[in-house]
Design a protein around this ligand. Structure first.
Ligand SMILES: [Zn+2]
Ligand SMILES: [Zn+2]
Length: 417
């Protein structure tokens, strides 16, 4: 027997309704906010992620699925969605359109991590990106969209954590401060962080090692070291949220794992799974498009981890949707009725009725048992008499009542609808 690769999951028919519900909520909330769907390739040139995610991040250093294809190119399965969208924005000259460019995606991503609950090697994200939105209202709009998405799904008790990680100007001064702070603990830092100390000390705050995060606790905070422009941007963003009645908490420890973020960063967490866990992370990344060779363009977005979201929704009892049951089961006795039944379900389906019949050569009794298993709303039994008289008994499977009906798809559809 061949099993699925480690860190992957089959999404089984029993779980499909919740996936569809989430996807529909994403499509609908994005439509209301004017975001358009985009679909990009599962794999990209490796350098896109090295440049667009940042080569000092854990994702790029340790977790990417990178391989050489038969043409000798270095290819990587996308570990996230933003870099691909930025690439597409530049490649398709979207900056020539009136701005902002509002895009969203529903994708699978790939990271070679130690598989654990809610963290897979193939996982799924719903995310949005808004390019070219220069005002602080953009930040508020993006955060609002995320909150509306969760609200539409009925997810409760979420916490919005907000922070600003500044711009290149204030980051530079802050990085010096951080470097000076971490210098004192240099010998205790993990190997990865020792190199980060030179290249990008802010990444140390995000390190998953216990020792590093302990040391990082008392490090200077970016939010206390913002330049005037960044400070004003953050204040305006929170003023919008206040006006909209969206509750948030300022959390100076959020830096987000990826290199390209500037100014607003946020995380939406839930305690439904015990400890606080992040279900949505996002922020502003003003440097990304330029880093990838485009004209300077501001960007902001978020991504929701769908596996984690489903765990939360299950914990909150929000996954009780069933795939809609069969509308009618058409049982048949004899060759003539078999053919009639096949034609009848064919015609009913054209009229948008979910119709089923036996495909396993069952007896009539077994067919009716099967109709029960299918949770069919109605059933009908056809034999030679019914066909000759063009009339049969339609049974309501919930109430047990039955009544005579004319044996045409149109008549049946009329009653069932
Ligand atoms: Zn700044
Ligand atoms: Zn570390």
């Amino acid at each position: 027997m061949i099993n699925k690769p480690r860190g992957t999951e089959d999404i089984l028919p029993s779980d499909s309704p919740i996936w569809r519900k989430i996807e529909q909520a994403a499509h609908e909330v994005c439509r209301l906010h004017g975001f358009k769907e985009i679909r990009t390739p599962v794999f990209e040139d490796t350098s896109l992620f090295q440049r667009g995610v940042g080569d000092t991040t854990d994702v790029v250093q340790k977790e990417m699925y990178t391989f050489e294809d038969k043409g000798g190119r270095s290819i990587t399965l996308r570990p996230e969605g933003t870099a691909s969208l930025a690439r597409s924005f530049i490649e398709n000259s979207f900056y020539a359109n009136p701005q902002p460019t509002k895009l969203y995606y529903l994708i699978s991503c790939y990271r070679y991590e130690k598989p654990q609950s809610g963290r897979l090697r193939e996982f799924h994200q719903f995310g949005i990106e808004c390019f070219g939105g220069t005002s602080d209202a953009t930040d508020a709009e993006v955060i609002t969209l995320a909150m509306s998405f969760f609200e539409r799904l009925g997810v409760k008790n979420l916490k919005l954590n907000l922070n600003s990680i500044g711009c290149p100007v204030c980051k530079k001064a802050y990085n010096e401060k951080l470097k000076a702070y971490f210098e004192d603990y240099k010998d205790q830092l993990c190997e990865t962080c020792k190199t980060r100390l030179e290249k990008n000390p802010m990444r140390i705050i995000d390190c998953k090692s216990e020792v590093c995060s302990k040391i990082a606790e008392k490090a200077p905070k970016m939010i206390d070291n913002l330049c005037d422009d960044c400070k004003e941007h953050f204040e305006k963003t929170t003023a919008y949220l206040d006006a909209l009645g969206i509750e948030y908490e300022i959390n100076p420890d959020i830096v987000r794992g990826l290199d390209y973020y500037t100014r607003t960063v946020f995380e939406i967490t839930s305690d439904a799974l015990g400890a606080q866990s992040t279900v949505c992370g996002g922020g502003r990344y003003n440097g990304l498009i330029e880093e990838l060779g485009g004209k300077p363009t501001e960007g902001i977005g978020f991504a929701v981890g769908l596996e984690r979201l489903i765990m939360i929704m299950k914990a909150q009892g929000l996954c009780n949707d069933n795939d809609s049951a069969t509308d009618i089961f058409v049982a048949s006795i004899g060759d003539k009725a078999d053919i009639f039944a096949q034609k009848l379900v064919y015609d009913l389906r054209k009229l948008h009725i979910a119709a089923e019949r036996d495909l396993c050569g069952r007896s009539v009794k077994a067919q009716m048992k099967f109709a029960n298993k299918l949770n069919s709303k109605y059933s009908i039994v056809l034999g030679d008499d019914e066909i000759d008289n063009n009339s049969a008994k339609l049974k309501n499977m919930d109430t047990g009542e039955s009544f005579d009906v004319e044996l045409t798809a149109e008549k049946l559809a009329e009653i069932i609808k």
